[in-house]
Design a protein around this ligand. Structure first.
Ligand code: NCD
Length: 275
């Protein structure tokens, strides 16, 4: 089974969030829960948060981690990604993959495979932790969410958007009121900021552009002053100019909460899949 898209996680989303709550104390480990299980990480694109939180999650649950990177894998010798995944499935109980190839090219194997980012398309576990972070706060009906960033190239935006539109239980989100930065000019986007309950800020995906776009949204002191007192501002990281240092002092910015929640959500996910 490939846990490739947000919809693959929806059937167990609520229980996942409950389990994540029980793993929130970052000083605790649970060495008996996944003892003897092996997770393989195959990361063929850069990562800090996603990779290390998956690996730490597995270790905290008592499991072990094996890994390759692109220089040391047989992909460099021309092996197909599906053969690599199938091979690793013989050695591991779960595989976590990040690569630039769509999930349709990952092949099939008996071992569960978790998508940690497939090119521009999906990053479902990021959407899980983003949603989990928002759910720590009271969510109003007709939630208004603004998304800014690289709409064409950002897998975090794609999966976050899938989460909004697929699960109206989690987000009582009124799609008729949807606000999205890609379809608004910067000036118009600034105008809707005071209404937003959630602002999802994303970086420009420089590595996916030949010419880096200019005039992108950068959160200023003035924007922060214009926003609701109970607004939540998220950024999946890595943080660039869109979320400057000064903004991190604002308690509405949940950047570090997201980093922290990445661990307990991934612990809950590995536990759910392997228990
Ligand atoms: C994102 C990614 O790699 O897709 N980061 C992450 O996993 N937290 C976002 C990005 O690179 O912009």
């Amino acid at each position: 089974m490939i846990y490739g898209k947000v919809e693959d996680y929806l059937p167990f989303l609520k229980s996942l969030f409950n389990t994540a709550n029980s793993f929130k104390d970052i000083d605790r480990s649970y060495p008996n829960l996944l003892q003897g299980k092996i997770m393989a990480t195959l990361f063929f694109e850069p990562s800090t948060r996603t990779r290390l939180s998956f690996e730490s999650a597995m270790i905290k649950l008592g499991g072990s981690v094996v890994t390759v990177n692109d220089e040391s894998s047989s992909l460099m010798k021309g092996e197909t990604l599906s053969d690599t995944i199938r091979t690793v499935s013989e050695y591991a109980d779960v595989i976590v993959v990040r690569c630039n190839k769509p999930i349709s090219e990952w092949g099939e194997c008996d071992c569960p495979v978790i998508n940690a980012g497939d090119g521009k398309d999906n990053h479902p576990t990021q959407a899980l932790l983003d949603t989990y972070t928002i759910n720590q706060y009271e969510i109003p009906r007709n939630l208004k969410i603004g998304i800014s960033g690289d709409m064409q190239n950002s897998r975090t935006i794609n999966s976050f958007y899938d989460m909004l539109t697929l699960d109206n239980q989690i987000f009582p989100y009124d799609s008729t009121q949807q606000t999205s930065g890609s379809f608004l000019s910067l000036k118009d986007f600034e105008e809707i900021l005071p209404e937003l309950h959630v602002l999802y800020l994303n970086r420009v995906q420089r590595e996916r552009h030949e010419i880096v776009p200019k005039n992108t949204f950068v959160l200023s002191e003035k924007h922060l002053n214009s926003m609701r007192e109970d607004a939540i501002i998220l950024n999946p990281g890595p943080r660039r100019e869109e979320l400057p240092d000064h903004a991190l002092n604002d308690s509405r910015v949940k950047f570090w909460d997201q980093v922290r929640n990445g661990l307990c959500i991934r612990m809950a996910l590995l536990h759910h899949i392997l228990k």
